[in-house]
Design a protein around this ligand. Sequence first.
Ligand SMILES: [Zn+2]
Length: 222
Amino acid sequence: MYNFENKYRAIRKVWALSAVVLISSCAAKPPQETGTFKSSDLVELKRLDPTIQLDIRYATSNNFAGRPVYSEAQAFLQRPAAEALARVNKELEPLGYRLLIFDGYRPWSVTKVFWDITPKAKREFVANPKKGSRHNRGCAVDLSLWDIAAAKEVQMTGEYDEMSPRSYANYAGGTPAQRALRDLLRSKMEQNGFTVLEAEWWHFDFQGWKSYRIQNVPFNKI
Ligand SMILES: [Zn+2]
């Protein structure tokens, strides 16, 4: 079985030694973007559809940074993406599942922290802050499936934020049941305007993400 603790311990060590990282991340600024953008209309997912499940790992220590990077356990997306997600959630219900959200809109400063604490060899799993993340635009979501009858998260081919080939959307390992659940999530999301990230089965971008700006607004200012 994949050893999560070892992975997190190594990253925590980097974090503990890098107080400088935090200071530089706070001082750094998001990339300047030119062009025309839609105005931001971030919607809290739970308000739109209270049946959507949340497990906001970045508001806890149960994440690859080993410490909370959000002060509120909330998830936001731009309105069209949020509405599409609510449709996916409705379509899953008759099949016995709901959506379980790990993350949505992410302030740019958090993307910078993730980049700075991630070893170079693992940076395919984090966004380069020079370009920003689609999460910073409020058009990307990290999620899994929630089993309604069992009242728990389903078992996918790998864990959320695992930095290994098990995270690839086309990873051929795991059990047939795990692959079927991963592919069910993907097909429902694709039918509603989302595209999976090939390196991460849990990450989806919403169509038209380029029309929204990179933002650095904290949750409590939305
Ligand atoms: Zn993501």
